[in-house]
Design a protein. Structure first.
Length: 669
């Protein structure tokens, strides 16, 4: 073999000589788990020739990128099955998503659960045919001919950039804008049996999907997510490398459904979402109110200990405040519409007081700035830490409102810290440590950090200020020792931020606290303090929400604990159950001792039989159940029954009370 017939590749970090035209499939033919190749950082189908000097890495089916390719390919198989079942179905888009995929269709009738079962059987038949996924580059005219019966695909061809953003149709490569179609090719005849306009890449063949997939649900969805567009039908599914992985996922989903805070909120009588109030506006019932108060009271005390000062601000304000802050320029779509107050007129028709627009506040920061600005400030007062449980209102679209975790009316545990430039880094470090410590107290202790940087299309201030703020936040985040993940363009318009991402008991990630560094609002509000040298200087402003919102945090904790809140948060901490009615008075005496010690306790004197009372306490997820019968009463004792079903008999009443008090005070149960 001559040198002219060879090229050099860097394969998994090592130099390799191969024949010109070698494909990824040939390079990794011994590695059956490799489904695509990463070529110079881009994912490519295995049947694509590899260019001279390329850095090549095999991507396995169980890697994050490999899973995405698996799920995208499964979406194509599903779409093929849909058009077999309903030949009139028109194709929308079908991308992979977290843990699965979806595909949108324009069909005459919505899909039923029975349709999904039928489609799964049809998909398995297609998979077992071992069809090949074959990529071909086409001209726009060729693409239009291939998609002539697919109006939504033709629309994507008319706006290629949108198609690329949607993950379909146009393959944007370095120096090229190829239009690509993927054919599902029958192995025996070599004919294309189905095709779609798609960026790819895809698996080499359908057989690699195996039987580790499932269609999970269907719903309505607007074309390209725009409610002004045609409403389509969307089918969701999931796919995994093995049946065991699929089963594990399905068990996680089942457990997540059991932990759904909306379901538990109703079962445990914590909160509800009355239709009469409107979407995203929850109410808290007495038991939910106890949990919320316990959360807030503990947070208040921790803030007092950390040197925060409490403020209170109104729910509405004149629109001019949000003109100054920039929210009306940058955030108006997320605000409730203005309440217009008409002008007041004199008897002669002249204006005595002009009309005014008032807004429900979406943020507390502008009002906290007014508090800072209300009088002269000295460097000796800094850092000044203002804290508020402040109610804010945001007009979330109805499609994203979800229980307590995405609401329209919320209470933020909001703090704004004003400090000097010299204090900035230490204050950020102190704030981050405070945030992480308090989250751990509520039972969340698995974190990573996300650094959100400037959105080039939506920001105020100059580049140098943003760079300084971003660099400082990055240094503080890295010093924490936690993993730091970039979030390019994710910052608010006024400054970059660190987000604390916490994992719950199911391993799901929730965005919790945010810490934002802001040089811009102090400038807009002309905030000043007198420095040690007598000059007037601008403070640095740190925005910090710890829970994010009380509502969202309670929803997260409800699911994290599956409704079995630790004793210090539980609405009812102890239920006393007498074995028979004759021991009611004895149990009331025990419960009175607990109440005197500050414990939330009650006696079950319902007409239910004793076993039913035990089951009810278990269903209500009560941390401690105390049981008393004849022997207990004679000995001045009780029997402890815990949530896990274990029991400790003959515990003296004084010891039982102290055990419970210690567990609640120390947050150990």
């Amino acid at each position: 073999m001559s040198d002219a017939q060879q090229i050099t590749l860097i394969v998994d970090g090592e130099e390799m000589k191969v024949t010109t035209g070698t494909t990824g499939a040939e390079l990794f033919f011994e590695r059956r788990d490799v489904v695509v190749a990463r070529v110079d950082g881009e994912l490519k189908d295995l049947d694509q020739p590899l260019p001279e000097g390329a850095e090549v890495e095999g991507v396995t089916i169980d890697s994050p990128d490999g899973l995405n390719v698996l799920r995208h390919s499964t979406a194509h198989v599903m779409a093929q099955a849909v058009q077999q079942l309903r030949p009139d179905a028109k194709l929308g888009i079908g991308p992979y998503i977290t843990d699965g995929f979806y595909f949108d269709f324009d069909v005459a009738e919505p899909f039923t659960p029975e349709d999904l079962k039928t489609l799964e059987k049809m998909m398995l038949k297609i998979i077992n045919q071992n069809q090949k996924f074959v990529r071909r580059v086409v001209s726009e005219d060729e693409a239009r001919e291939a998609m002539k019966n697919e109006p939504y695909k033709l629309e994507l061809l008319g706006k290629k950039n949108d198609a690329a953003d949607a993950g379909e149709g146009v393959n944007v490569e370095v120096g090229a804008g190829d239009i690509t179609i993927y054919d599902n090719v029958d192995r025996k005849s070599g004919d294309s049996v189905w095709c779609d306009l798609c960026r790819g890449p895809h698996l080499p063949n359908t057989k690699l999907i195996s039987n580790a997939f499932a269609l999970t649900r269907s719903s309505a969805a607007y074309w390209l997510g725009n409610q002004n567009n045609q409403q389509l039908q969307r089918i969701y599914g999931t796919a995994w490398p093995t049946k065991d992985a699929l089963k594990a996922y399905q068990e996680r989903i089942a457990e997540a459904e059991r932990r759904d805070h909306r379901k538990l909120g109703a079962e445990l009588d914590l909160f509800s979402f009355p239709d009469e109030l409107g979407s995203g506006l929850p109410v808290f019932h007495p038991k939910g109110g106890i949990i919320r108060k316990a959360m807030e009271d503990y947070s208040r005390q921790r803030h007092v200990d950390a040197g925060y000062e409490f403020v209170y601000t109104p729910h509405i304000t004149k629109g001019h405040l949000y003109e100054v802050s920039g929210h009306l320029d940058w955030y108006k779509d997320g605000m409730f519409p203005a309440m217009h107050i008409d002008a007041e007129l004199n008897e002669d028709g002249t204006v005595r007081k002009p009309g005014q627009d008032y807004y429900l506040k979406p943020m507390n920061c502008p009002m906290h700035n007014l508090i800072f600005r209300s009088r002269g400030r000295s460097y000796r007062e800094l850092p000044l830490r203002l804290f508020e449980f402040g109610s804010v209102y945001r007009y979330e679209k109805s499609g994203v409102v979800h229980g307590l975790t995405r609401v329209r009316g919320m209470t933020q545990d909001d703090a704004h810290i004003y400090c000097t430039r010299e204090q900035m880094k230490d204050e950020l470090t102190t704030t981050l440590n405070f945030v992480l410590g308090l989250l751990k107290d509520y039972g969340l202790d698995d974190f990573y950090l996300e650094l959100s940087t400037k959105n080039e299309d939506k920001f105020v201030g100059d580049d140098a200020t943003w760079e300084e703020a971003t660099r400082t936040l990055a240094e503080v985040a890295e010093a924490s020792g936690l993993e730091l993940v970039p979030d390019p363009g994710g910052a608010a318009f006024y400054g970059p931020k660190i987000s604390v991402q916490a994992k719950d008991a199911l391993g799901r990630t929730w965005q919790m606290s945010t810490i934002q560094l802001d040089f811009n609002l102090p400038e807009r509000f002309e905030l000043e303090f007198q420095a040690a040298d007598g000059t007037r200087q601008r403070p640095v402003m740190i925005h910090r929400a710890l829970f994010g919102s009380v509502e969202r945090f309670m929803g997260v904790l409800t699911e994290h604990y599956a409704g079995a809140f630790p004793a210090w948060l539980a609405p009812v901490q102890v239920v006393g159950i007498p074995v028979a009615e004759a021991f009611n008075d004895y149990m009331f005496d025990v419960v009175d001792k607990l109440k005197a010690a500050g414990i939330r306790a009650e006696v079950d004197i319902s007409s239910d039989r004793f076993p039913k009372k035990i089951r009810t306490a278990s269903k209500d997820k009560i941390p401690f159940v105390l049981i008393a019968g004849g022997e207990d009463a004679e000995a001045g004792a009780v029997s402890f029954r815990f949530r896990d079903g274990s029991q400790d008999n003959g515990v003296p009443v004084a010891e039982a009370v102290q055990r419970i008090v210690d567990a609640v005070r120390n947050r150990t149960s």
